[in-house]
Unconditional design. Structure first.
Length: 583
């Protein structure tokens, strides 16, 4: 048991927590003044966690159960905010589990102490006569200080990002005044330091937020592909964290919706493949196009971010500019000017303010134009780690993301695998499933596999990177997946079966300008992956290329591909900073 004399001797230990609590707001204040707006740096939550831990130990020693319990729970809230600021977010249920564990452990520690009371008077020595209204003021102040972090947590979960909303600062100011008065009366210097040192940062953050709220415009984001939806969602989450008052609307997929963007309409309405797909879906595209224009007409100073689909972005930018839109228009994912010609460079320079490219070779095409162009890198590289898993005798199939293209490409890939296995030792087969497929569509894939007398595992979208790391070779539909395979150093044969209209367009219009189609080949400038694009596409020829890959003992080098889409800084951070410069 700890004696009263030892508790009094250990009382100054609590100053460490007060220093951490006070310094976190000074650090936050300094970061906010540098950026001229209220921000929350990671250091704020690291100091919060440290301060809560130190005060937890202090109140445990001083036998102050309510404060000890609150600080153990606040440690979890600080961890959660750091979790929200990271790239790998833990599920919300984990927070509730940790809160329960913290409460159980804290209570158990007090039971083990077996004290006479769990609420020992604070400070060195005891206040013999404390009026009831003083205790009431102190209780209100301490209650406000505790409540602010629970409200902050609620707001952070809504925003899917760590933020410090205005109500947090108002409650902090209210609680600081009451708590400082209370602790001063009690001569509890340890608890007095924290609330009193942060009074100025509280007031200054309220001033910064008021100014920010009056100046934040509408932000409209347009994504029409799953890859664009994913990239855009990461950018929006970062922007929401840095600009909590900005209103985000747009054309969204599941990732952007999850990020809290207000949906004007679902991106599925704009998802098309090839020239024929555009013609068939033209009425729907036109209807969506008009709705976007109407929204941007109401907010002529908004910021418009278009991710992927450069052709649609260019038409939208041209149309809204003619209707009087004066805001900034930003394109992420450059148009394929190496295929379409330099006229598109001039068109983008005329209507866009900023172009963010994924690959290092792209800015050179815009060097002689007035368009501000910045290579930020491909966001997927942030989630890729070099696999230590040994390669298996496994053939991975990536037939596409849309039901129609899956039908076209899966049969072609299965035919090739069937032929290849006649000349190879036994290999397992796995088919990567695109996100959003219905049960009926997945059952159709299973039936297609059975029709070739083959057995294959169906791998969900969340496990596709693991599949890429394990596979000894792959057949992949032309698209972003080929880049992902190259970054995983998995050799592949690129396939794409198209209809006659698209074939004629490719052969007579696009083909004279471009000889390589898959991203790894374009980035590296050489044929890393063999390509089977035009009809008639031969399953036998695909099979021979697959056999060559699986028998090859010297793997290809993909270093040029990695260098071409991996900048020194985080792609998402670079993109966000570049976008903010345009506000």
């Amino acid at each position: 048991m700890i004696t009263e004399a030892l508790r009094s001797a250990l009382y100054p230990f609590g100053f460490l927590s007060s220093i951490a609590f006070g310094s976190r707001f000074l650090v936050q204040w300094y970061a906010s003044e540098r950026q001229k707006r209220s921000v929350v740096p990671k250091a704020f939550w690291y100091l919060s966690f440290s301060g809560n831990l130190l005060l937890f130990l202090h109140t445990l020693i001083q036998i102050q159960f309510p404060m000890c319990l609150l600080n153990s729970l606040h440690m979890v809230l600080a961890w959660r905010n750091l979790n929200l600021m990271g790239s790998h977010k833990k599920p919300l249920k984990m927070v509730f589990i940790l809160l329960g564990i913290a409460a159980l452990v804290t209570t158990s520690l007090f039971i083990l102490q077996d004290p006479e009371t769990w609420i020992r008077p604070a400070g060195i020595g005891k206040q013999t006569q404390v009026p009831g209204f003083v205790h009431l003021i102190g209780t209100l102040g301490i209650g406000a200080f505790s409540l602010r972090f629970w409200i902050q947590w609620w707001k952070a979960e809504q925003a899917k990002a760590s933020i410090l909303p205005p109500i947090f600062w108002w409650i902090s100011l209210f609680g600081a005044v009451l708590a400082s008065s209370y602790f001063l009366y009690l001569k509890d210097i340890v608890n007095l330091v924290g609330p009193s040192i942060a009074l100025i940062p509280y007031i200054r953050n309220l001033q910064l937020l008021a100014r920010e709220k009056s100046s934040e415009p509408l932000f409209c984001v347009v994504a029409t592909e799953p890859s664009g939806d994913l990239i855009a969602s990461k950018i929006i989450l970062k922007l929401k964290q840095r600009h909590p008052y900005m209103r985000f609307v747009g054309v969204t997929g599941p990732k952007l919706t999850e990020a809290g963007v207000e949906t004007l309409f679902d991106m599925q309405k704009l998802r098309v493949m090839g020239l024929s797909g555009v013609l068939l879906k033209l009425p729907t595209i036109w209807s969506c196009f008009r709705k976007l224009k109407q929204v941007l007409k109401q907010y002529p100073n908004a910021t418009l971010l278009c991710v992927d689909s450069p052709s649609f972005s260019l038409r939208l930018a041209k149309s809204v500019r003619k209707s009087g839109f004066k805001g900034k228009i930003i394109q992420m994912v450059a148009p394929s000017v190496w295929a379409w010609g330099e006229k598109r460079v001039d068109a983008f320079a005329k209507y866009f303010n900023l172009l963010l490219t994924l690959y290092s070779f792209e800015p050179a095409y815009f060097a002689n134009s007035s368009l501000k162009t910045l290579w930020v890198g491909h966001p997927m590289v942030e989630n890729l780690q070099k696999s230590l898993i040994p390669r298996e005798k496994l053939i991975a199939l990536f037939p596409g993301s849309r039901p129609k293209e899956i039908k076209k490409n899966l049969k072609l890939q299965l035919q090739a695998v069937q032929l290849a296995l006649k000349e190879l030792e036994p290999h397992k087969i796995a088919v990567s499933l695109a996100p959003g497929l219905t049960n009926d569509e997945q059952n159709e894939i299973t039936e297609t596999i059975k029709s070739f007398n083959l057995e294959a595992d169906l791998v969900p979208e969340k496990d596709r990177y693991t599949l890429m790391s394990q596979a000894s070779g792959a057949l992949a539909k032309s698209g972003t997946v080929t880049l992902e395979l190259a970054l995983h150093e998995t050799e592949a044969v690129v396939t794409y079966r198209m209809n006659q209209i698209d074939y004629l367009f490719i052969k007579y219009i696009l083909k004279p300008k471009i000889s390589l189609f898959s991203l790894p080949n374009i980035i590296s400038g050489k044929k890393l992956f063999s390509e089977h694009i035009y009809p008639p596409v031969s399953p036998a020829a695909i099979a021979q290329d697959l056999i060559r890959i699986l028998k090859n003992k010297t793997p290809a080098s993909f270093e040029t591909v990695r260098q071409g889409c991996t900048p020194a800084e985080s792609p998402i951070t670079q993109a966000v900073l570049a976008i903010e410069e345009e506000f």
